[in-house]
Design a protein around this ligand. Structure first.
Ligand SMILES: *Cc1c(COP(=O)(O)O)cnc(C)c1O
Length: 392
């Protein structure tokens, strides 16, 4: 014990001196646009609460009612005694939403991605993964026996080169639907035409898109008009869809059935709790009928993006509620986020190695729950602090 304690203490010191030590901020209130941090009320611009449903009354009531009707927990994996009517209902709702044959629920999207590749691909197959894909895709691919190819971020020439070279049986292209450090949607139209040309399948992880990107919120494939060309969709209930937790994979009957039979994070981990499942059903009910959340999110995003551009700061992406404000210099970005917090604006600075060197940024995430006044006060604060720091 003494030895490992010493080794780890040294590693922690190294993390601190590298400047990558993560201090968890403690929130003393529910997840909302206004939260209490260190006894102070601040406006929150760093949650994935895109549709503002994380503390929504209708969603909370659905969860409370479900505890009364279905209980708190299931104390079982799905295939023993952990499948209730509501689990099958939610799977069907998600399938219809994504126009897929079937859906399987997981405890998280991390588990979904972790349990996908090894289950459906063998050593005769190949996977092609964008270099900036989420850690859970990278880990999921590590577990499988297929030939592994990593293509340069969104580089279609590189992807094509790799597809052309491979003579594997099944070829699977795997990509994030939206890259969360840039707020950029993956080039799914181009990926779809390469997939057609080289007879490959497409897997999209749509965690930062499900529920609010595309005309009806069906995600990045809908955004690019290629809804029917995606073979496997994975996503989370832990972001726009209420923000609690849980993930899923939607695909063909055969893929989903195989996952039910063999996917290890599904087979050997507990069922999603009934209140979560029922609240997620309610979320799909809300977003199918009521476009006001999505519309408000789009209005807020446009208003914020225009406001920041007008004060002369550079931003990445086009219309995603992830708004990376480019500061470039890592120290300045941290200084800026600290000064913004003093003004009651809670944002996070990201620098190398999370983003490329000299591309430090402040990532702002817009929610449908933000009021116009809250967005305006953020724009003003950015303007004031950018001037103080001689950035504009
Ligand atoms: C957030 C995220 C995940 C993890 O989702 P959880 O349900 O929280 O495990 C996976 N992939 C991407 C692209 C994500 O953004």
């Amino acid at each position: 014990m003494k030895e490992i304690k010493n080794i780890l203490q040294n590693q922690i010191v190294d993390i601190k001196s590298a400047g990558t030590f993560k201090n968890e901020r403690i929130i003393e209130s529910p997840q909302e646009t206004e939260i209490n941090v260190l006894g102070k009320s601040v406006i929150n611009f760093c949650a994935n609460n895109y549709l503002g449903l994380s503390n929504n009354d209708i969603v909370k009531k659905a969860a409370i009612d479900a505890i009364e009707e279905w209980g708190f927990g299931l104390s079982s994996v799905r295939f023993i005694c952990g499948t209730q009517t509501i689990h099958k209902d939610l799977e069907q709702i998600v399938s219809e939403f994504h126009r897929m044959e079937d859906t399987i629920l997981y405890s998280s999207c991390f588990d979904a991605n972790g349990g996908l590749f090894e289950t459906i691909l063998s050593e005769k197959d190949a996977v092609f993964s964008d270099e900036l894909n989420h850690a859970s895709i990278i880990d999921g691919i590590r577990l499988c026996k297929a030939e592994k190819n990593r293509y340069n971020h969104a580089d279609m020439n590189h992807l094509e080169e790799l597809l052309k070279k491979s003579n594997s049986n099944i070829k699977l292209i795997a990509t994030d639907g939206v890259f969360s450090m840039d707020g950029v949607v993956a080039p799914l139209k181009d990926i779809a035409s390469l997939a057609k040309k080289y007879d490959a399948l497409i897997m999209v992880d749509d965690c930062h898109a499900t529920g609010f990107i595309g005309n009806e919120g069906r995600g990045s494939a809908e955004y690019h008009g290629v809804l029917d060309e995606i073979d496997i969709i994975t996503s989370t209930f832990g972001k726009a869809l209420g923000g609690a937790s849980g993930g899923f994979i939607s695909s063909s009957n055969e893929i989903v059935e195989t996952l039910r039979q063999k996917s290890r994070p599904y087979l050997f981990s507990n069922s999603l709790a009934p209140p979560l499942v029922a609240a997620c059903i309610k979320v799909f009910d809300i977003i199918a009928k009521d476009y006001s959340y999505k519309k408000k999110l789009e209005e807020n995003t446009t208003h914020f993006r225009n406001g920041i551009k007008n004060i002369g700061l550079d931003i990445k992406g086009k219309d995603h509620p992830i708004v990376p404000i480019m500061i470039y210099d890592a120290k300045k970005a941290v200084e800026m986020s600290e000064k913004l917090l003093e003004k009651g604006i809670y944002v996070i600075a990201f620098s190398f190695p999370v983003v490329p060197k000299d591309e430090a940024r402040i990532r702002v995430q817009i929610s449908a729950a933000h009021s116009k006044e809250q967005i305006d006060s953020a724009i003003n604060a950015f303007g004031e602090v950018a001037k103080e720091l001689n950035i504009i």
